[in-house]
Design a protein around this ligand. Sequence first.
Ligand code: SF4
Length: 449
Amino acid sequence: MLRTYFVETWGCQMNVLDSQRLAGVLEAHGLRPADRPEDADITLLNTCSVREKAVHKVLTRLGELKQVKQALGRPRVVGLCGCVAEQEGRGLLARTAVLDFVLGPGRVAQLGRALEAVAAGEKVSLTGFSPSQEYDAHLIARGGGARQFVTVIHGCNQHCTFCIVPYTRGHEASRSLAEIAREVEALVAAGAKEITLLGQTINAYRCPATGAGFGELLGTLGAVPGVWRIQFVTSHPKFFIDNMIEAIATTPNLGTYLHVPFQSGSDAVLKRMHRGYTRDGYVELVGKLRGAMPEVTLSTDVIVGFPGETEEDFEATLDVVSQVRFGQLYGFIFSPRPRTPAARYPGRVPRTVARGRLERLFALQATVQFELNQSLINRDVEVLVDGPAKRGAESWQGRGPDNRVVNFPAWNGIRAGEVARVVVTGATAHALLGVRAADRKNGWPTPAA
Ligand code: SF4
């Protein structure tokens, strides 16, 4: 009989939430969480395939689990979940003895079926997507934190030429607004303060029951009594329309963080990426967003070394970074993913060139970030306290409305999940330092007990 479980999570916030869904199904079957895979009867690898070598990484991890199982007899059951499961599922099941089942992201709700098959001595691969995308909100094992994720839209229809997501997470499907609102109300009643809404193209949201768009969704959720802050990721530049920007700007309790990937500053590269906007269109959008929300902090994703990217193309990317001045930037070297058109494009950029470009991009961004962070010194910000910066550390951390992390000395009685006012006292490119506003007024931080 299986009594304990461990879920190992790789990748994005979607996977974090999917892991909570997997854990919820296991707990509904009477299993309890274990601290380590080697203490668990069943271990699930919830994988990510956005970057290269994902399969290699999975095989390495499965090899390690096989050794642990041979030495300790645990984990007795190993399941492969997430995007690598969807991408490689049946093949890996056939060639990896330690693996007992495969479960794609569109089949999380069917984990119980996989467990029944395992109990019957079968190896199953459950992948693909049902049009309704079953979503068992009541089963999610959320762990009671103050910061919670809620999916509002599954999958993606965009087929950017570099991206594997439409193949691993299926077609776009929005959840009903009423169902999402009920989930948010229940989370707030259970103590959640900040709700981060998730979707690959979140601003393409459209309620299947009423046709309500993303602006209406935000307006409804921001007004849920007790919601302290609403955040959302990820927006696609081409789905922003003027009345949506207006609706976002007037949403009650909305954070000031907006993640809007631009990927490249070159129109030629954007076209080959199939992104559906131009460099000027993106910069114009930034102007509109800042016009409507002067406090907004923009964050973005950039790919360097996309096939055919010239030095001139890359300099156009640097130019956008200089001009827009993002608060955060996630940069990646192009990684050819199976089944995607860009994996077959000619003009592969040599790895050393791509790496050099990424370093230049990060150096520029570090300068921008340092200047932006310095400008926040002496600001009084409201943070949601996460906990100690590192295990056992006296320094704690929290996040402001712009998603920036602030580190500060703990005070007597500090609790994870409380909302506190902190004054920023120092800044580097990557971190803010602060003290509790009340302590600053008293002249000196109060030491922790
Ligand atoms: S919009 Fe995002 S998730 Fe969808 S294909 Fe493009 S990069 Fe991938």
